[in-house]
Write a protein that binds this ligand. Structure first.
Ligand code: ZN
Length: 454
């Protein structure tokens, strides 16, 4: 069994505890000792690999609880739904999985995927066929025929993109069972969606209470947890009552919804990175100021309730929505931690706990990983600088010195640059060309609002 001692580092263990100086001893896949005992035990070892972490931080690899590894950074649902081929999508997803791992992310949840690629990718990684982070995978997201956030692109029945429409109890039960048979670790439900005719109402709950309970009961009977995409108070209250195991987004909570998640301690994953990127950096890519303000407000309006949930003991989990053109792989996985610090007022160590120890739940490996502690899986990163002082160092690839996945060192050499295969992206003629714009009497509008699955 290979052994490794990481010494001279500042250890952030992922539990929220203050950093401390010391060593970490790894044997095979696991961490076996931390601190003085690591040095003591290492003294008796021959063939011990030693990593000097001077000036750096040793901490658990980040876990990104919401990552779309199969999407390949689309600019629209149109691109994602109609311009992708299954084989090519899987090959490209394998490359993207490696990019994610090379950015210090040692685990992701892929809650839904095109062609259910997340499941195949997970199996290929677990079998040692390709390199990538640990994955917990969902299959197709479940929609009712009202749909989710892709408007009329969602058909009245059948599969589209990353989702499947289920109508009536028989279809719900059959689809949940089919997904579990094929290897889903989670069942994902799009509990709310936009009705194109009523955009100002925001997302509406598109499932009945009984349907939600049926999904949960059918999955739980087979030992599989359920997560729900929920924007709006009623969806959250009803999902908790139905027995849902994880609430995505959880925006626009009211007192009743808050009480429900606090009573049942249902973990919540806000996934603000997409909105934060558009709000903060949208101007650089031509996003309309009104849209940017809308996304900024979505975070601001939800922050207080989420903070109250966190203070009342509800596990808060980190997910970045990486996989869209706004959130390319490898660049933004740290970003949700930054938002937690800035907008929810968490300390950097609390944010790190959300993205490591707490997020092991999203991987369905709670207690087995996400911590630098004896007995845990050796998913560890060594990074220059101190994320307890400045959380953004976690986003700086140049600072990442080592990534270990189950005790195995990952090659951080980036892959050669890529291009897009023919027909992979939606091309446009550009923005609307009126006579006034042509004659210089008016300015062209920016790109239209980016559609997002979120
Ligand atoms: Zn998403």
């Amino acid at each position: 069994m290979s052994s490794m001692l990481i010494f001279n580092g500042r250890i952030i263990d992922g539990t929220g505890a203050e950093p401390r100086a010391g060593s970490v001893l790894i044997q095979g896949e696991h961490i076996v000792a931390v601190g003085y005992t690591a040095d003591e035990q290492a003294a008796g070892h021959r063939d011990l690999r030693r990593i000097d972490a001077r000036g750096g931080t040793v901490m658990p690899g980040l876990i990104d609880g919401h990552c779309h590894v199969s999407f390949d950074e689309p600019n629209s649902n149109d691109e994602l739904f109609f311009h992708r081929r299954q084989g090519l999508a899987a090959i490209i997803a394998a490359r993207n999985a490696r990019t994610i791992l090379q950015s210090g992310v040692t685990g992701i949840m892929d809650a839904d995927s095109i062609f259910e690629i997340g499941i195949d990718l997970r199996d290929a990684i677990e079998a040692g066929i390709i390199d990538g982070p640990r994955i917990s995978a969902g299959a197709y997201a479940l929609w009712t025929s009202v749909g989710g956030t892709a408007g009329r692109l969602i058909p009245d029945s059948g599969v589209m993109g990353y989702g499947k429409v289920v109508s009536g109890k028989a279809e719900i039960v059959a689809e949940v069972r089919r997904q579990i048979k094929n290897g889903a670790d989670w069942i994902k439900v799009h509990v709310t969606g936009l009705v194109p005719r009523h955009p100002l109402r925001g997302e509406v709950k598109s499932w009945t209470r009984d349907e939600l309970k049926l999904v949960c009961d059918t999955a739980h009977e087979l030992g599989i947890p359920v997560l729900g995409h929920c924007r709006g108070a009623r969806s959250i209250t009803e999902c908790v009552a139905a027995g849902m195991d994880l609430i995505l987004h959880a925006t626009l909570m009211d007192e009743t919804a808050l009480e429900a998640i606090v009573t049942h301690k249902v973990p919540v994953m806000p996934v603000f990175t997409f909105q934060a990127n558009l709000a903060d950096y949208g101007a650089t890519i031509g996003v309309d100021p009104t849209v940017r303000e809308m996304f900024r407000r979505e975070i601001a309006d939800s922050a207080a309730m989420l903070r109250r949930a966190y203070d009342a003991g509800v596990p808060l989990l980190c997910g970045s929505e990486s996989g869209f053109s706004i959130t390319p792989y490898g660049d933004w996985h740290y970003r949700e931690l930054e938002v937690f610090v800035r907008d929810l007022g968490l300390t950097p160590l609390q944010a790190i706990q959300c993205a490591t120890q707490a997020n092991a739940f999203a991987l369905r490996m709670a207690g087995k990983m996400g911590e630098v502690a004896p007995g845990k899986l050796a998913d560890v990163i060594v990074i220059d600088g101190d994320p307890a002082r400045d959380i953004t160092v976690l986003g700086d690839r140049a600072r990442l010195r080592h990534v270990l996945l189950g005790g195995r060192e990952i090659d951080l050499q980036p892959a050669a640059p890529r291009r897009d295969p023919p027909g992979w992206r939606v091309s446009t003629y550009g923005t609307r060309l009126s006579r006034e714009i042509a004659e210089g009497k008016a300015r062209p509008a920016g790109p239209s609002t980016p559609e997002h699955e979120l």
